[in-house]
Design a protein around this ligand. Sequence first.
Ligand code: ARG
Length: 467
Amino acid sequence: MTAPSDTKAANQMWGGRFAEGPDAIMTAINASIGFDQRLYAQDIAGSRAHAAMLAATGILTPNDAEAIGEGLLTVLSEIETGKFPFRTDLEDIHMNVENRLKELIGAPAGRLHTARSRNDQVAVDFRLWVRDQCDAAILGLTALMRAFVAQAEAGADWVMPGFTHLQTAQPVTWGHHMMAYVEMFARDRSRFEDARRRMNECPLGAAALAGTGFPIDRHMTAQALGFDRPTANSLDSVSDRDFALEFLAASSICAMHLSRFAEELVIWSSAQFRFVRLSDKWTTGSSIMPQKKNPDAAELLRAKVGRILGATVALFTVMKGLPLTYSKDMQEDKEQVFDAADTLMLGLAAMTGMVADMTANRPVLAQAAASGFSTATDLADWLVRELGLPFREAHHVTGTLVAMAETQGCDLPDLTLAQMQAVHPGIRDDVFSVLGVENSVRSRQSYGGTAPDQVRAQVARWKEKLA
Ligand code: ARG
């Protein structure tokens, strides 16, 4: 890339009224080619669609349109083979491509920008790019959901403690816990699908802001670029960045979900919990402490949401208070979205790998499920069901029994029947059946509950949806 100080003469693309070129620092703050070169494929696709439409509507001769279309393909292959001479003095990807086209095909290149502006050009390029990222997120999320479903299927009836406040609450099943994340990532996926549907309107042809006097066919370009229809208001077309914000918002929520499971993995893989073993592929060692196996990937995934949410806040702040229509402020949209998208796709891939490779420690999970008086609610429910106690009274009786067990340093099933009857004389021997964790989870048959049958039903439903 050429240095800013190379620039002395007025810009060839728009410098007609300028006697001298920009200050080197102006070039440095103004140029976006350093990052918007990532839009090259979209820019060329948009230009090819535009040129074909200009020919179809008689605005360009077939020969000129043909030369432009072919020339753009040459530019594309130059960029893809690393031979393209990107120039900072040409500001952005749009002018870099057009200038190179002129070097390649001469005069007809100057006709490509008929009935178009960089304002609608960047709007269409960026929409196409973000649309692709929605597709990538949808694919990444689908793979991740499949990994969770596979874990759930394997462990539909493995018991583990369920937590509230990170305190043992009630026994649940491993499969149920895995399927909770399937629901979360399914909502994420539908957010990307929704955003994609809404953004799939083509702003090309809005020109600078007011539309154009040339007899263009916006439906033709919209269709050629895979959009559902052209946008309906030219002012909105060039000033709208909702599509980028929606992508970032969906990414932020998704990254927040990733961070929650990442945190569970950090806790679960610790020596204190030992609920899961992460594979060597997703952990690192310590250079000084030989026993260590650190969950670095999980920790990084816990952190990445900060970066993605940061990009979201940054673009919101850029867009807030901008008057219609295009303002150069909007050039600040791209780096945020690029970084957020890269971060999200990497995060989805890393999480998919970690989930697929992790191993649940069943004995430890089962032991933990049975500790912490996790079946106290089952006992209270039994008192309600079998003895007709009001739930509040049953809660009180159970609390007394928990306190008794705690004093004795044992769990609820370790109390004797006589000890229980001292608290409530109606308690019978069959109470012990509900104090076991296996029975506890099996009893939670309400729709969406943790019973293995319910989990298997959800696994089957999702396997079909994800097939
Ligand atoms: N590089 C610019 C951007 O990213 C392209 C649009 C420039 N339009 C203009 N009128 N200067 O927003």
